[in-house]
Design a protein around this ligand. Structure first.
Ligand code: HEM
Length: 123
């Protein structure tokens, strides 16, 4: 189960969906709902890092540099999701965060789908 990328994909897809649900609840002024979904999302961060880290420790010797970049980018995606949520809650500006989030997410998807394990349609 942890030897292929299916569980990792499941966790980050769920993470991104929960991120948008939490944002929508925050904007809809449903503070309690947003708080609960944000908590579940934080649990999902742990699962994303665990499944990604597991793949990393198994396969990074294939190409340590590229796997290192994938690791860093994955962590950054999580960082920007968290920054956007917390800053939206505090009603601070999130424009720059959104731009960086999109760039880092696209780069992560690119690296993930071009690295040798799992789907490689961008190689
Ligand atoms: C929300 C954040 C993340 C996204 C969107 C993401 C996305 C992806 C994608 C698209 C793949 C390719 C799956 C496949 O080819 O079947 C992948 C694989 C992988 N991810 Fe992530 N990831 C994220 C976070 C992380 C983190 C935090 C780590 C490290 C702790 C990590 C490590 C890996 C590794 C080692 C692979 C295997 C690469 C390969 O295909 O050879 N990812 N990820």
């Amino acid at each position: 189960m942890l030897d292929n990328t299916h569980l990792h994909i499941t966790t980050w897809v769920l993470g991104i969906v929960l991120f948008f649900i939490a944002l929508a609840l925050m904007k809809g002024a449903n503070a309690k709902g947003a708080k609960i979904v944000h908590m579940i999302l934080r649990l999902m961060y742990v699962l994303i890092i665990f499944t990604g880290g597991w793949l990393f420790f198994q396969f990074s010797s294939i190409d340590a540099a590229l796997y290192g970049v994938k690791f860093l980018l994955g962590i950054l995606v999580i960082g920007f999701m968290e920054m956007i949520l917390v800053r939206t809650k505090k009603q601070k500006s999130v424009k720059v965060m959104w731009i960086l989030f999109v760039i880092v997410l696209l780069a992560t998807l690119y690296f993930g789908f071009s690295l040798p394990i799992g789907f490689d349609f961008l190689r």
